[in-house]
Structures are given as structure tokens and as C-alpha cells.
Design a protein around this ligand. Structure first.
Ligand SMILES: [Mg+2]
Length: 372
């Protein structure tokens, strides 16, 4: 009869950050500083004794809802062939059809979907990147976590230098403060500190209106940025497209979008030079692969958002050399560490995602349930 799913274990963890961070949304009073990441984990065990680990996440509210939804649909997995990911995903979608195909509903499925891909790659004895069809064994990596707005410029410079010393290949800093001149001063200071040859990006976290974004973009051309990220509201695909067509500096966006159709619209309108899909936010690896295929067809570059632990595999399997985002916030949750050298992150050579939960992860667990 073949292998079958025997049990599913779901967990909700709140992983604290070493220090609270603030981006433009905090600087303008829309959000509070970020102090921890909420993670929904899914561990699948099969009758053959294989195990898979997947996860989804939220910054701030939403993870309790993800956990509740996953718990409600998970009984549909029992007795299924774990290799039939397409059929299982559709079944889970239909189980929750009433709450739609985006946002919390599909983010809950993402943890399950990633766990199923992990099982599949482990069965093949391959790292996930190789199961998908890798183009390379390492991907370009840049650091984000050192460049937030609450940090004084001297601290941002120090952290940037440390990242480069650690082998990371690029630096991103946050912008989008109420006073644009303050952004430009920080940008100039970091550019001078890391030198003209080091890849540098900025991220405005949706802070500007169209005229402000254009003004910033024109002034910033001289800094030779790899990209300007989320200059506008995440859903302003037309505005992003106009900026991308007007500026020499590439535009990056897409991290806040939570469904395939939302990202397809961005691709169709050419709203991003660098598309930034996020596996947990779009509902898992299964929908992500559709987005990646369309992005490649449109000749776009891809720089997936956050969760480097998953995205290192997806970026390695994308035809064009991609960037992954170095944010170490989830590292305490996992026993393994990713290898970074010469500006690149190496794809782990362990089967699957190459991840296991750390022995002491339970101290951040808020909830868990086993379904069998
Ligand atoms: Mg961003």
C-alpha cells in the first residue's frame, strides 16, 4: 500500500529577538517595535518512519489563527500518501475553502506543505534544492538584521562591517523615516563605510507616496544600490512598475503579498526587478514554485523574503542567481547552522531542508498538539 502519513504534530513558538527592531512602520507609529517571531511548526511522521519538518511564521499578530486553522484541517492528512503533495494541498484548500486561498488560511497550510516537501526530499536522500533541480550549490547572501532604524548610525556601521567579516556579501539598511534627509545621511555614511564595491540595498517598508519615492530614487541613483525595496504600498503594483521603468536603480517588492494571484499581478505589470516572494506567506513551497516559474518566464530576478532556512533551497533552484536575506532571528529554534563564506550561503548537504528543532526549543512553545 506504500507509505502513509501516520501522525502530525503542530506547535506554536514565540522566539524572542536578541534586541527589538524598528522599521519605517514603527518610525511613523503604525506598528510597535518587533520583539519576537511567532512560528507555527508542523512535524509529519509516516508509516515508513520518515519525518518531515515545516514551518510558517508571523511578525506580530496572526500565528494563533494559523495554529487553529492547521489544527482543524490536519486530520485530512492521516492515511494519505505523503508524496502526493499536489492532491493533499488541494484537499486542504478545499477543507478551508470558506476562508479563502490567501492570508492566514494558506499560511497555516504552508507549514504542512513545507513538511511534506521535507519528507519527499528525505525519501530521495537529497537536499530540497537538488530534489527541485538545483542550478548552484550556494546563493548570494546579504544582511538585513543589522540595518534597522532604532540603531544609531555608528551601530549600523559596526554591524555592517561585522557581517562582511563573517562572509556575508551585501548590506541592506532601512529607510523611510519622516525626514528623508536623515535617510540619505545614513545611506551616505554606510556607503562610505563599506566602500563602493560592496552590494548595498535600502528598504522603505512601504513608507512613501509615489512622488516621494521617485524623489528618493532620483537622489539615490548616485549610491549604486542593488535595489530599493518596498518604496510604496505593497499593493500598489502600478506605482512600483512606474518607478521600475523610470529609475536606473532596480525595484524590489512582493514580500507582503499572500497569494499567487497577488504576485502574478506584480509580475504581469513588471512591478519589480527583484521579486521577493516568501514561502510561508504565500502558502508554502507548492504555490511558491508557480510564482518562481512565472517570474523566470518574465526574466525577473528573485530575492525571497526572510526565512533563509527555507529560501536557500528555493533560491538555489531558481535559474537566475538570487539573493537570500540573512536574518538570524529563527536560528535559536534549530539545531543546525547555515554556512556562509565569500558572500554566499551554502545549500546544506543534508537531506530535505536539513533542519531539526533545537533541543531546548520547547522553552518558547506556547501551544502544541499531536494528531494521529
Ligand atoms: Mg523588506
Amino acid at each position: 500500500m506504500g507509505d502513509r502519513i501516520a501522525s502530525v504534530r503542530l506547535g506554536h513558538y514565540a522566539v524572542p529577538l536578541a534586541f527589538a527592531v524598528s522599521d519605517a512602520k514603527v518610525a511613523t507609529g503604525r506598528q510597535r517595535p518587533l520583539t519576537h517571531i511567532d512560528v507555527l511548526t508542523c512535524e509529519i511522521t509516516t508509516t515508513d518512519g520518515l519525518t518531515g519538518l515545516g514551518f510558517s511564521y508571523t511578525t506580530r499578530a496572526g500565528c494563533r489563527a494559523q495554529f487553529a486553522h492547521a489544527k482543524e484541517v490536519a486530520p485530512n492528512l492521516l492515511g494519505e500518501d505523503p508524496s502526493d503533495i499536489g492532491r493533499i494541498y488541494e484537499r486542504l484548500l478545499w477543507a478551508g475553502a470558506s476562508v479563502g486561498r490567501s492570508g492566514v488560511a494558506t499560511q497555516a497550510l504552508a507549514a504542512i506543505d513545507v513538511a511534506l516537501w521535507d519528507v519527499k526530499a528525505k525519501r530521495a536522500g537529497l537536499p530540497l534544492a537538488k530534489l527541485l533541480g538545483a542550478h548552484r550549490d550556494s546563493v548570494r547572501v546579504y544582511n538585513t538584521s543589522g540595518g534597522y532604524l532604532q540603531a544609531p548610525i555608528e551601530e549600523v556601521k559596526e554591524r555592517a562591517a561585522q557581517s562582511l567579516k563573517d562572509g556575508i556579501g551585501g548590506i541592506k539598511i532601512k529607510v523611510g523615516q519622516p525626514d528623508m534627509r536623515a535617510d540619505l545621511r545614513r545611506l551616505a555614511a554606510v556607503r562610505e563605510h563599506i566602500g563602493d564595491g560592496t552590494p548595498l540595498m535600502v528598504d522603505a517598508n512601504q513608507q512613501w507616496d509615489r512622488p516621494s519615492a521617485l524623489r528618493f530614487g532620483r537622489v539615490a541613483e548616485e549610491f549604486g544600490l542593488v535595489w530599493i525595496e518596498e518604496p510604496l504600498d505593497a499593493y500598489d503594483a502600478e506605482g512600483h512598475a512606474r518607478l521600475a521603468a523610470t529609475l536606473d536603480t532596480p525595484i524590489a517588492t512582493g514580500e507582503m503579498l499572500t497569494s499567487v494571484p497577488d504576485l502574478v499581478r506584480l509580475i504581469d505589470l513588471r512591478g519589480a526587478d527583484f521579486l521577493q516572494p516568501d514561502v510561508p506567506r504565500v502558502g508554502g513551497i507548492t504555490p511558491y514554485l508557480r510564482i518562481a516559474a512565472l517570474a523566470d518566464h518574465a526574466h525577473l530576478q528573485v530575492a525571497p523574503h526572510f526565512v533563509m532556512e527555507i529560501h536557500v533551497h528555493l533560491a538555489a533552484a531558481y535559474p537566475r542567481d538570487s539573493w537570500v536575506e540573512h536574518i538570524e532571528w529563527l536560528s535559536p529554534l534549530f539545531a543546525e547552522r547555515l554556512t556562509i563564506e565569500d558572500g554566499r550561503m551554502r545549500v546544506p548537504d543534508r537531506p530535505g531542508l536539513g533542519l531539526t528543532l533545537a533541543g531546548d526549543a520547547a522553552k518558547w512553545r506556547l501551544d502544541d498538539i499531536e494528531i494521529r
